[in-house]
Design a protein around this ligand. Sequence first.
Ligand code: GDP
Length: 528
Amino acid sequence: MSMSSLAQEVAKRRTFAIISHPDAGKTTITEKVLLHGHLIQRAGTVKGRKSGQHAKSDWMEMEKERGISVTTSVMQFPYHDKLVNLLDTPGHEDFSEDTYRTLTAVDSCLMVIDAAKGVEERTIKLMEVTRLRDTPIITFMNKLDRDIRDPIELMDEVENVLKIRCAPITWPIGEGKNFKGVYNLMTDTVTLYETGKGAVIQDGKQIVGLDSPELDIAIGDYAVDLRDEIDLVRGASNEFNLAAFLSGELTPVYWGTALGNFGVDHMLDGLTAWAPSPQSRATEHRVVEPNESGFTGFVFKIQANMDPNHRDRVAFMRIVSGCYEKGMKLQHVRLGKEVRIADAVTFVAGDREQVDQAWAGDIIGLHNHGTIQIGDTFTTGEALKFTGIPNFAPELFRRIQLKDPLKIKQLQKGLMQLSEEGAVQVFRPLRNNDLIVGAVGILQFDVVVHRLRSEYKVEAIYEPVNVATARWIQARDNKVLEQFKQKAYDNLALDGAENLTYIAPTMVNLQLAQERHPDVAFLKTREN
Ligand code: GDP
């Protein structure tokens, strides 16, 4: 493979995720994006991950009942001359840890806001995460077919609450029943909205020129109002600036309705034109650039039993540099082992396909037989380790008990696999045979019992356990560590990946332990 074709492939790619508050329209907009990407022919027939084969499993039933999405899938499609990778992020706040790691694997984000509601709490949290890496943000103001809040006020709210400047690219004309379309401030073009066409790609009648008499014919008095308003908007808002967008300081803002499939294509035009191609990533030793010929990638998510027919575990890897070719040999750096990868998969709206080639910016799925962990790095030889893909110490704990004690092997296996996914963590105290489940959010406990039942045929229940918090233990000196192990034996446990963990019955206990053992590090996050 020549360097120039690598550079071309990289330049073509746009890898992004959608962040939003539940119900703002993420699922609906994802579906419309897939429609524009020609992955589906008609919206409403395939409801993304919420139908098709997966919907048949109990697991997905639960997702549907609760109205949350708990899986991350990856969708790739061409759009104009670009190749777009859309990573689906779990929507519920209980899965923030998973979402956090997914956001490490993208180069830009689409923020969807319900224009009737404005900036909501979950969006604020997710924006905080994107800020850690100054990820460029594109904004879509959704549900213009409803009565919305004042557009200028909405943009002010985004600027004040989320601390990012807004540059309107389009501007809405009317709202609710009187939503007429949008005006593009950059191209001086009005696109007219037609109702009842949400399931298909619309032609969208366009009128060039704000002063065009055609506009008065098409939308009557709204044309007069629009001209006044645009004057005001141009004066009061920021102009789009590519550098400010790329550094995460300014967001281009689009308006439309995902349900009506209006405005989604405008947003995609902006995304493919301006969002960054695959970016470099830091390792412990150096920064890796996407155009390097050596292959590198990191695992940001593991998921068990994605497909009930396959019963397997898939590790999602973001390719950081170079090209994956079927059958290539890669170094699994943490294990110091060479593996031949012949069966990596890509995901197309829930279906998986064998992949022959994939490039920096793409996400591929590796079959995981228990050897891969979140945060693992794969390379064509160089001993690198990507940083910034953490596990967070859980904040909620329960002891898990079997209804049928003979099924302990299945329980252990199930828990280990589910903890590998990183959504839940399992701790085994050194001093007894308890199995303690730790989670960042309460819903995860239900998910674990549900999945143990449907995927591992184990009936389990929870009991309260006297654990308030957990910290991963590290010590520079082996002697210090051994001494600590003896002294703190009763409070020590191993997590799913055999890492030593301090489980504290109270915060005060933790504080005392830290004071008593100043040479020992009590870590709230862990990178493999
Ligand atoms: P998610 O929770 O963010 O994935 O939100 P969904 O896409 O599931 O949408 C939540 C609800 O809002 C659903 O009932 C959608 O039909 C509805 N919805 C989404 N987009 C629009 C829109 O543009 N207009 C209206 N009126 N409803 C919308």
